[in-house]
Design a binder for this molecule. Structure first.
Ligand SMILES: NC(=O)c1ccc[n+]([C@@H]2O[C@H](COP(=O)([O-])OP(=O)(O)OC[C@H]3O[C@@H](n4cnc5c(N)ncnc54)[C@H](O)[C@@H]3O)[C@@H](O)[C@H]2O)c1
Length: 267
């Protein structure tokens, strides 16, 4: 394969102002895509998003809540008008949120489920009619390792991400015959503002170290490493891949270490 991997494609990316979404926007732009970004936060003046815009001057960015159906539909329409029909959607907007089930405030539960699940559904609904018409498209949901296994205190976040994983499989079934592929990426713990915010909370530095240790590669991931997996799923290189929940997690979900490998000299 030669040339840029998303040349001529149009991608809509949610959560594009920060972390994984911003890294996807930049990576896609580097590979020739025209990129539209949505985020609740304003587009940063420097850093990842600016780099993406620089690489692809016909990109656009709109500030909006992914839970707002009218706003999401309006931005999808604006994207089609400005950049052309949408080939790729990355749903990266998301929020943390949890607490033991008997303690979590209901409004926190509702917001986490809304942003992570409704906020995945609405952009999908906004792009699907166009993809159905053109009989092609790639939709990528950013779920989590916490959507495929439990995590203490996770409650709302795990429930939302588990739902996104099954939504992925159902959408792959529903739209496969129309040439639309739907996949999820399940990142391990990735060094982004979201993770830095969580680990900055009081008493969590020891926990952060143990979580880092639980990745078999012995480190946290980088947003660019998730963007590279998203690039694969967005491009024709993954033309026979649909319905998967792909862990990109440094071995976090591979299993456990109890010291036996160390006894074998595998430190
Ligand atoms: N960082 C990790 O360790 C990790 C691990 C697994 C999965 N994820 C998932 O990856 C995705 C991106 O997370 P990140 O780590 O880059 O976090 P981040 O906080 O750096 O970026 C998330 C972005 O989503 C935006 N956002 C939040 N709510 C929104 C809303 N209602 N409407 C529009 N935009 C909204 C935020 O403003 C922010 O810019 C999230 O879905 C997150 O759950 C992250």
């Amino acid at each position: 394969m030669s040339g840029r991997r998303l040349e001529g494609r149009v991608a809509l990316v949610t959560g594009a102002a920060s972390g994984i979404g911003a890294a996807c926007a930049r990576r896609f732009a580097e590979e020739g895509a025209r990129v539209a970004g949505i985020d609740l936060a304003p587009a940063p003046g420097d850093g990842d998003w600016a780099a993406a815009v620089k690489a692809a001057p016909d990109s656009l960015f709109e500030q909006a809540d992914v839970c707002d159906e009218a706003a999401v539909n309006r931005i999808a329409d604006a994207t089609r008008d400005a950049l052309g029909s949408i080939d790729v959607l990355v749903n990266a907007a998301g929020v943390p949120g949890g607490g033991a089930a008997h303690q979590i405030a209901l409004e926190d539960w509702d917001r986490t489920i809304a942003v992570n699940l409704r906020g995945t559904l609405l952009p999908s609904r906004a792009v699907l009619p166009g993809m159905l018409e053109q009989r092609s498209g790639s939709i990528i949901h950013i779920a989590s390792v916490e959507g495929i296994e439990g995590f203490e205190g996770g409650s709302a976040y795990n429930a939302s991400k588990g739902a996104v994983v099954l939504l992925t499989r159902n959408m792959a079934i529903d739209y496969g015959r129309r040439g639309i592929r739907v996949n999820a990426i399940c990142p391990g713990f990735i060094d982004t503002p979201m993770l830095r915010g969580l680990f900055g909370m009081e008493g969590l530095s020891d926990v952060a170290e143990r979580i880092r240790e639980a990745h078999q590669l012995g480190r946290f991931g980088r947003a660019e490493e998730i963007a590279n997996a998203a690039l694969f799923l967005a491009s024709d290189e993954s033309s026979f891949v649909t319905g998967v929940a792909l862990p990109v997690d440094g071995g976090y979900t591979a299993g456990h270490r109890f010291g036996v490998a160390s006894m074998m000299g595998l430190d």
